[in-house]
Design a protein around this ligand. Structure first.
Ligand code: PAF
Length: 290
């Protein structure tokens, strides 16, 4: 087993990727913005099973933050990340500088129409263009055979799957289940912004999703009714400022009338300065135990 290698430039990453491909290695990529938590570690462990060489990128991508968002204050701690990546089984940490990724004159953007403008895309204009563009660039730098993402960012997964297929990128997209705190709160680097009060209320997002799932199991398949159940649950918590609570087609994110096929229940709410998102895949009642 070779030691963890830290690469700080795009050119060096591309050269390392060429070497690995020439040696017949299967390369797996875990794209991250750093400040790793157990969710990221589960992604590293998952791709370890798929790939001979695991590259973890650590890059706080400026183009996916809106002007009033938390780019400047987004938590960063590369030496801590490197230690966690080594511990979880990574081989290479790719941590480029923003000027290297976006040199002067950079003017290309990848936009996955339709999927990028709804839900989080409606509240965060330009966010998914920034995500699609940087993921396309990370794929071009690392040239992985596979890449893994967390189900917590379900819309991001839908956007990246569509982009990868539409642009014939030939990267296999893997998805790992959301890792949660004991009260159900989905792990996120942004959870550190929550005040103790907000933190104790934030479990309501998962409770709302579970309430929708329970009603579906009890036979309530109407999407509007399931949405109303989630809205009511979240509204009981005045600390939470609801953005959306919806049931959508898991692939197209389009509206559905009833849960007859697996669907995505997705919620977003603001807790003070933090905007939290979460989701659950809902399986139709007759498939709940399958
Ligand atoms: O999920 C994230 O951390 C980011 O959106 C990603 C995929 C690393 C792109 O910057």
């Amino acid at each position: 087993v070779s030691a963890l290698h830290v690469i700080r430039t795009v050119a060096e990453m591309q050269a390392a990727s060429d070497d690995m491909r020439r040696a017949g290695r299967r390369i797996g990529l875990v794209p991250t913005m750093g400040y790793l938590h157990e969710g990221h570690q589960s992604l590293i462990r998952r791709i370890r099973r798929d790939a001979d060489r695991v590259v973890v990128s650590v890059f706080v991508n400026p183009t996916q933050f809106g002007p009033s968002e938390d780019l400047a204050s987004y938590p960063r701690d590369l030496s801590r990340d490197i230690a966690l990546i080594a511990e979880s089984g990574g081989d290479i940490v790719f941590a480029p500088e923003a000027e290297d990724v976006y040199p002067d004159g950079f003017s290309t953007s990848v936009s996955v129409k339709g999927l990028s403008g709804v839900l989080d895309g409606a509240s965060r204009p330009g966010h998914f263009d920034g995500v699609a563009t940087v993921v396309a660039k990370l794929f071009a730098c690392v040239r992985p055979h596979s890449a893994v993402f967390g189900q917590k960012d379900a819309q991001q997964v839908a956007v990246i799957r569509r982009m990868t297929a539409d642009l014939n990128m030939g990267v296999e997209i893997l998805v790992c289940p959301t890792v949660r705190e004991a009260d159900g709160l989905a792990k996120s680097s942004r959870n550190i912004y929550l005040t103790p009060d907000e933190r104790s209320e934030s479990g309501v997002l998962f409770q709302a999703l579970q309430a929708a799932e329970n009603h579906l199991r009890a036979g309530e398949a109407d999407a509007g009714d399931l949405e109303a159940i989630m809205v009511e649950k979240i509204r009981c918590h005045p600390v939470a400022e609801l953005d959306y609570a919806v049931v959508r087609d898991a692939e197209t994110l389009g509206e559905v009338k009833e849960v007859r096929h697996p669907a995505l229940a997705a919620v977003a709410a603001r807790f003070g300065k933090s905007r939290l998102i979460d989701n659950l895949v809902l399986f139709p009642a007759d498939r709940a135990d399958s």
